[in-house]
Structures are given as structure tokens and as C-alpha cells.
Design a protein around this ligand. Structure first.
Ligand code: 13P
Ligand code: SF4
Length: 298
């Protein structure tokens, strides 16, 4: 299967991008594996004609918005992000109408239509840096993740209007799971994703994007690290740090949508050039402004 994917990749002049939560075997055939910010950046620097995006739909959509001249394929178009679907453009327009003059900020885990209504995007990897560029006297609407929003709002020491969205996968993590994992591995640092609820974030040692977790794992002197995020990242952490031990805080943290890409549908995507991810031109150009405003922050 891997050899077939390699062959098809050359034939199509394609590049494979994969999120850190995808299946290990998919990460292994990808040209690049990363977090949402790293993948969005990488998508702007692709030389190939075709990008096959292994992850969830909004990520492939972001790649398509940033690369109007390229073909972006998603092996399984049904791989959505339930959090991204917790707000639509109409709801965001109503929120903006209730808060005239506010700056509308969206987490990249949102649809193209929602991005098109926003002033700027953030990811979990750059949210603090991006929010710091917004003048302190402006009201801020933050959608859709209330947990990432409250995390950054507390760091900044200013209030945001938070949309009540959340990630159903990270919602599985309980304080008891975290405390039990700590008790079983005393002294091991705990890293969690900022999509976790506040009590979990507060109980952890660090709150990081998945790319931030990969860096922390490399740089930390600890030989055992507890991981409070989707379990797909364990593959990469273990592969890159063979001398260290990574323990999931809970092995119930599985995003079913991230698991929908398999070697089989990835090969089919390349063979049959499906499923093409397209965004209507007007929506794409408005959404691009918000994504590029974020990427310009660096
Ligand atoms: P990262 O940008 O940290 O990889 O997060 C994406 C995501 O969907 C987390 O649930
Ligand atoms: Fe969406 Fe959560 Fe899955 Fe990330 S882990 S893609 S936020 S449902």
C-alpha cells in the first residue's frame, strides 16, 4: 500500500500533508505532519500540483483557500470537525450585529463561511501572539471554542465574548483521569491541549498546540511525559523520541474524524483524484483575508 501511494504521488505530482492526530500509518507516508498552523504554512509553500490533505475538512478547506491554483484532495470528505460546525455564518452575523464595532476572531477550527465573516483567525499555536495585536480598547468576539478563548483571555487579562463551542473529544478528559495518571507516574510533566476545559488546563503543567507538544517533548529533560490530547499524537512523539516514554492521560481521547483517513482511501484519492475541496470564490477571498492576517503575525 505504501509503495502504491509513493508511485501515485509521483504520477500526480502530489504532496501529502497530515495532521498530528491521524493514524500512524498515514503519518508515515505523509511528506509533512504537523499542527494546524504548521500545515497552513506548509500549504502556502507547496510546489506540487496536488495537495492531499489527511485531517479534517476545515484543514483541507484552509489549504484550498490559500492555494486557489492547486488541486486539494481530502481522502474522506465526511471527516468533519464537530466543533467547527457549532457556529454558522448566520449565527456569527447575528453576534456581530449585537456587538457593533467588535473584532471577530475565529479559531481555524471553523468553516470557510465563518472565516469569511471574521477579521482574523488564530490557531492553538499562535493565539496569544495574534490576540496581542488587537488593540486593548476593542471588544472581541471569539468563536467557536470557548475553552481556547477562555485560556487566551485569561493569559491576556481581558474579557472576550465567547461562543459556547467545544471539542467533544477533549471534553472526555476529566480531572480524575489526570489525577490518576499523575499518581501512577509521579513527577512526570502533564501537557494538555488548550481545547481542554479550564479545570484540566489548570491542573496540567503546560497547555500546548500539538506542534508545541512535539517541541516540548524534544526539549524536556523528563524521560516520562503524560499526554492530555488526542491519542494519534503518541505515534509521532514516540517515533521522534525513542528514549522517552509517553503515557496518554486517557486512551478514550480519540477523534473519530481524524481516524477516517486510511492508507486505502488515501491511495484511492490519488488514483481517482477525489474528493476535490472547493470553496466558492467570494467566500474564499473573504476567508483568505482572515487567514492571511493571522499568518502575517508570524
Ligand atoms: P492543533 O492546531 O494544536 O494541532 O489542534 C488542532 C485540533 O483540531 C485540536 O483538536
Ligand atoms: Fe475537531 Fe476536536 Fe477532532 Fe480537533 S479533536 S478535529 S477540535 S473534534
Amino acid at each position: 500500500m505504501k509503495a502504491e501511494i509513493e508511485r501515485l504521488k509521483k504520477e500526480r505530482n502530489a504532496v501529502i500533508l497530515a495532521h498530528n492526530y491521524t493514524r500512524g500509518e498515514v503519518q508515515d507516508v505523509a511528506d509533512y505532519t504537523g499542527d494546524s498552523l504548521e500545515l497552513a504554512r506548509r500549504a502556502t509553500a507547496v510546489d506540487a500540483d496536488v495537495i492531499v490533505f489527511c485531517g479534517v475538512y476545515f484543514m483541507a478547506e484552509t489549504a484550498a483557500i490559500l492555494n486557489p491554483g492547486k488541486t486539494v484532495l481530502i481522502p474522506e470528505p465526511g471527516a468533519g470537525c464537530p466543533m467547527a460546525d457549532m457556529i454558522n455564518a448566520e449565527q456569527l452575523r447575528a453576534l456581530k450585529a449585537a456587538h457593533p464595532g467588535a473584532v471577530a476572531v475565529c479559531y481555524v477550527n471553523s468553516t470557510a463561511e465563518v472565516k469569511a465573516e471574521c477579521d482574523i483567525c488564530v490557531t492553538s499555536g499562535n493565539a496569544e501572539r495574534v490576540m496581542a495585536t488587537i488593540p486593548r480598547d476593542r471588544e472581541i468576539l471569539f468563536v467557536p471554542d470557548r475553552h481556547l478563548g477562555s485560556h487566551i483571555s485569561a493569559k491576556e487579562g481581558r474579557d472576550y465574548v465567547l461562543w459556547p463551542g467545544y471539542c467533544p473529544t477533549h471534553a472526555h478528559l476529566t480531572l480524575k483521569m489526570l489525577e490518576d495518571a499523575r499518581a501512577a507516574h509521579p513527577g512526570a510533566p502533564v501537557m494538555v491541549h488548550p481545547e481542554c476545559p479550564k479545570q484540566i488546563r489548570d491542573a496540567a503543567d503546560v497547555q500546548l498546540s500539538t506542534g508545541g507538544m512535539c517541541r516540548f517533548a524534544r526539549e524536556s529533560a523528563a524521560d516520562t511525559i503524560l499526554v492530555g490530547t488526542e491519542t494519534g499524537i503518541l505515534h509521532r512523539l514516540r517515533k521522534e523520541n525513542p528514549g522517552k516514554t509517553f503515557i496518554p492521560v486517557s486512551d478514550t481521547l480519540v477523534c473519530p474524524n481524524m481516524k477516517k483517513t486510511t492508507l486505502e482511501n488515501l491511495a484511492d484519492a490519488l488514483r481517482e483524484m477525489k474528493t476535490k475541496v472547493t470553496v466558492p470564490a467570494d467566500t474564499a477571498s473573504r476567508a483568505r483575508r482572515a487567514i492571511e492576517a493571522m499568518l502575517a503575525v508570524g
